[in-house]
Design a protein around this ligand. Structure first.
Ligand code: FMN
Length: 260
């Protein structure tokens, strides 16, 4: 589709996009090409998505430098966020004593968690390794500042939790970048958010969204570890997609590598 030429230049340069429907004028130079990636770039993106794993037990005893951490944080910071709220902060934690304190909290909460399952399930649960806080050389706590951007944030007016969802998008970006870097990442959520407040000195209004363990890895599970250990299974995508409403399955095309 061709772009409409501006008929009313906003500042006399003639280099603006039409402004009638989308707010103040924007220079045409703001826009960049949006064609598909090359075949190999596309394959790399899908490979990162498909081979990303949640890591708990495969961390190598090898330091992760600040340069790679900075790249992962840059990727996280490029996530979408409601109203461009960017509600996240990142606490990089290397200190072993601090990580031990957090590991101890998680161990206590994990005992509570085990008690929530049926006897048979609880026994299987307790055999799972669900965090690598101390084994991973670096942890990152991703937080959400629920007050950022003030009381009324564009897009968050009716769904308050879109700030948390935005922070989760940042976490996923970080995970995918980590996969590309050969850094394993594991998400730990077995704690009460308030458990971390005193330990990490979180101010009021700021909540932890994800506690991540990061480290070099040589091998990853080829499928979710919880599936490999027969705790759960990946659902069939076909069973999850509807057409036009909840009552009709979407007819998946055969194959899936069509051109459009
Ligand atoms: C919000 C969230 C919280 C999670 N919390 C934990 C956790 O506390 N411990 C754990 O071992 N894995 C945790 N995971 C990882 C999931 O178990 C894992 O993503 C899932 O089993 C699929 O495996 P995969 O990520 O390797 O594909 C969490 C994942 C998400 C998205």
């Amino acid at each position: 589709m061709s772009r409409k030429e501006p008929d009313r230049p906003a500042d006399g340069t003639g280099d603006e996009l039409p402004s009638e429907s989308a707010g103040p004028p924007v220079a045409a130079s703001e826009m960049v090409a949006a064609g598909p990636f090359s075949q190999s770039d596309r394959a790399a993106v899908y490979r990162a998505i498909e081979t990303r794993r949640d890591v708990r037990g495969e961390f190598l005893d090898r330091p992760v430098g600040d340069a790679v951490i900075a790249r992962l944080l840059e990727a996280a910071h490029h996530a979408p966020s409601v109203g461009l709220m960017q509600p996240w902060n990142f606490i990089v934690i290397r200190d072993l004593a601090l990580r031990r304190r957090i590991r101890d909290v998680v161990a206590r909460r994990n005992q509570e968690a085990a008690g929530m399952f049926s006897d048979e399930r609880a026994a299987a649960y307790q055999r799972l390794k669900l965090e690598g806080i101390v084994e991973a050389p670096v942890n990152i706590c991703v937080t959400c500042d629920r007050t950022r951007g003030g009381k009324v944030v564009l897009g968050r007016t009716h769904q308050r939790d879109t700030d948390l969802l935005s922070a989760a998008c940042a976490v996923q970006n970080l995970f995918l970048a980590a996969r590309a870097e050969g850094i394993g990442a594991g998400w730990v959520s077995i704690f009460e958010p308030e458990d971390l407040r005193p330990i990490l000195k979180l101010p009021e209004g700021v909540v932890p969204v994800a506690y991540l363990c990061l480290g070099h890895v040589e091998e990853l599970f080829g499928r979710p570890e919880l599936e490999a250990r027969r705790w759960s299974k990946r659902l069939a995508l076909q069973d999850l997609v509807f057409a036009e409403g909840w009552d009709r399955p979407w007819p998946f095309p055969p194959g899936g590598d069509g051109e459009d």
